[in-house]
Unconditional design. Structure first.
Length: 378
């Protein structure tokens, strides 16, 4: 009788302890999820910092992935972007021999449904001998994975994959924690997408050999923002229209020789671009306007002393007309012109919009009389 009672008591104690352990385990998991929620908030700030950093787009995406790996203590994280033609791995800490597999997850049936429904997909194995559906010869690498399709304004742009080497490792994870990270990945990708556009459209002008204005908003800004403030000037060849009326070829040569002269007379740390048409911009990085004014005055003077002609140059029929071709060619070749420059200068402060300063300078030059030939400060 006593033995039965003791057994019943022991069974009750074991049951109570089991329930208690389950309760403790649940609380521990809740605390872990709560901790990860705080981690998500910290990640948002890290993402904001990365977005505003002076890195190029690809480096920003890699930095984002590194933050995810560190803060969430993940084994593997991979961000793959679809550029409209190919799937490109933008960031991963997985060995390169597995990249081909990771770049083709959109072809795996189990993930096709995830892409079409926009819902994440969690997959895992039950033992070490099994492998995940997308794996080929990598049994020991990943045993659990969550696939997140990525969308910008309802347009599919790729996916984010997180992996663990432990079976069922994500079973008790609140997936909304990772959803927060996913949304922030998309937000950053959307922001850097505009930067990528700017970086891709930067080009060198044919006649001046200078970068286009877009350079100032990407790579150029990284250099400029090393200083608290810089002087920015814009100038216009105020007599370019009259020169082009003589000969478009002569006008192009004026732009070429003027650009070469100015480029040869400024130091490498200054940025010189062809802004648009006859308008050019120079950024005197780390120099105040008062110091830059003296230099601009000398630069203007020496540039306007240039003598440009088309001696020994060839012309097309369209350039000089069909009649009296030889006489007109001789006449144009004997013409000598000099550029006349209209300058305006202002200050750019780090952290403000460089495009705002440039637009203000452009408006000032555009509103000036076409024959104006001076240096103004605004």
């Amino acid at each position: 009788m006593w033995s039965v009672t003791i057994v019943i008591i022991l069974v009750l104690i074991i049951a109570i302890l089991t329930i208690y352990n389950m309760s403790i385990s649940k609380k521990i998991q809740e605390f872990r999820n709560l901790d990860k929620r705080f981690t998500s908030l910290n990640i948002i700030q890290d993402f904001i910092n990365i977005t505003g950093n002076d890195m190029n787009v690809d480096d920003k995406i890699k930095a984002i992935n590194n933050v995810i790996l560190e803060k969430y203590e993940l084994k593997y994280s991979t961000i793959v972007i679809f550029d409209g033609i190919d799937y490109i791995i933008k960031a991963t800490n997985v060995d390169k021999k597995h990249w081909e597999t990771l770049a083709n997850l959109h072809e795996v049936d189990i993930f096709k449904d995830s892409i079409s429904t926009t819902n994440p997909k969690y997959i895992t194995v039950n033992n070490e001998k099994e492998q995940l559906p997308y794996q080929k010869q990598e049994f020991g690498r990943a045993k659990s994975a969550i696939f997140f399709p990525l969308y910008i304004d309802n347009v599919y742009i790729g996916y984010w994959l997180i992996e663990s080497g432990v079976p069922h490792d994500f079973d008790n994870i609140d997936i909304t924690i990772f959803e927060i990270a996913k949304e922030n990945i998309v937000t950053v990708l959307k922001a850097v997408n505009y930067q990528k556009i700017l970086e891709s459209i930067v080009r060198k002008d044919l006649f001046s050999g200078l970068y286009s204005a877009e350079y100032l908003y990407g790579e150029g800004k990284k250099i400029i923002d090393k200083y608290d403030n810089s002087a920015i000037c814009m100038f216009k060849i105020s007599n370019i229209q009259q020169i082009n009326e003589i000969s478009r070829t002569l006008g192009n040569k004026v732009i070429t020789e003027m650009s070469q002269h100015i480029k040869g007379n400024i130091i490498d740390s200054y940025i010189f671009v062809r802004y648009m048409g006859p308008k050019f911009a120079i950024v005197f990085c780390g120099v105040d306007t008062e110091s830059a004014l003296g230099f601009i005055n000398d630069l203007k003077e020496t540039t306007e002393e240039l003598k440009v002609s088309l001696e020994n140059e060839n012309f097309t029929t369209e350039e000089i007309g069909k009649t009296n071709k030889r006489r007109m060619k001789k006449k144009i070749q004997n013409i000598e012109v000099s550029p006349k420059l209209n300058f305006v200068i202002s200050t750019y402060y780090k952290g403000t919009g460089i495009e705002t300063v440039l637009k203000k300078l452009e408006n000032y030059i555009d509103d000036a009389d076409m024959t104006t030939n001076e240096i103004s400060s605004i």
